[in-house]
Design a protein. Structure first.
Length: 285
């Protein structure tokens, strides 16, 4: 199995596979000029490659991304039993400004929104269910599109959130209020197969319609709380709330993050450090 086939097996997109291939070929060419092989390069060699890239004017962020690709390549070599280690493991470029979760909502405000949504506004039952899944299970819009009736386990009080290209599959508990609403919804709409919410649109481009419905939902929510901005903001607020109550690995699973570093961005006890870092890089902001 070559590296391209390995990435395809991992279900990476065509664009990602091509990008990874481009940067790995660049790295392999550098190894060749240094009389090194992919099976034998070391941590020290990797640092030298990083320095070489920086001297050529490649930005630190791009070099950091390249390191991530080399980590994947080293994992591939281990998979093929061509290496027993990963020299790129734990190697990152320091000093990069990380995107800071901003404009977060208190979870109490989100719960109040959930209670008021549908009471103060005339909304469809499906919209309140979708909003509930965003608030209590932290689902993204892409994940809402994948939920089927078979994913809902009312007897167990749980729901399976199918993974996307960026998230992992997980099984989460349903809130009691959600279960009543979902039970009514399933009883009124007899779903045999297919996605739970995209079926309602009954059009070929149902995914676009789901996006439009969520966009309109957010406009409605903004009438109740003008701090609401986006589905991403809601998900970020939920993950931050979870981290106040659960450990990092638990939240990584709950959020469907493939990498723990994605979860660490939301750690409440790190937010002040991140803000200070941001101010150091942009003192005038």
């Amino acid at each position: 199995m070559n590296f391209t086939e390995y990435l395809q097996q991992k279900k990476y997109s065509v664009k990602t596979v091509a990008t990874y291939g481009f940067y790995i070929n660049r790295f392999l060419s550098w190894l060749e000029t240094e009389n090194l092989s992919s099976e034998s390069f070391t941590y020290t060699d990797l640092l030298e490659y990083m320095r070489d890239c920086q001297e050529k004017g490649i930005t630190n962020r791009t070099v950091n991304n390249m390191l991530g690709i080399i980590r994947h390549y080293s994992n591939y070599l281990s998979h093929e039993k061509r290496r027993s280690d990963n020299p790129a493991a734990g190697v990152f470029i320091k000093g990069l400004v990380r995107k800071l979760p901003s404009g977060l909502l208190n979870f109490e405000d989100l719960e109040e929104l959930y209670k008021q949504y549908g009471v103060q506004l005339n909304v469809e039952q499906s919209k309140k269910i979708m909003f509930g899944l965003m608030v209590y299970q932290g689902t993204s819009v892409a994940e809402l599109m994948r939920i089927t009736a078979q994913d809902i386990k009312l007897k167990e009080g749980k729901i399976k959130i199918r993974g996307t290209k960026r998230t992992s599959e997980r099984i989460l508990s349903l809130n009691a209020n959600q279960m009543i609403l979902i039970q009514q919804y399933l009883a009124e709409n007899k779903f045999k197969e297919g996605a739970l919410f995209t079926e309602l649109t009954k059009t070929k481009n149902s995914k676009r319609n789901i996006n439009n419905r969520v966009r309109y939902m957010l406009l409605q929510l903004k009438q109740l709380n003008d701090k609401v901005t986006s589905a991403k903001q809601i998900r970020s607020s939920v993950i931050t709330h979870w981290l106040r109550r659960n450990n990092l690995r638990q939240v990584q699973y709950m959020a469907g993050h493939k990498y723990v570093s994605s979860t660490q961005r939301y750690q409440v006890n790190n937010l002040d450090d991140l803000k200070n870092e941001l101010q150091q890089h942009h003192p005038m902001s």
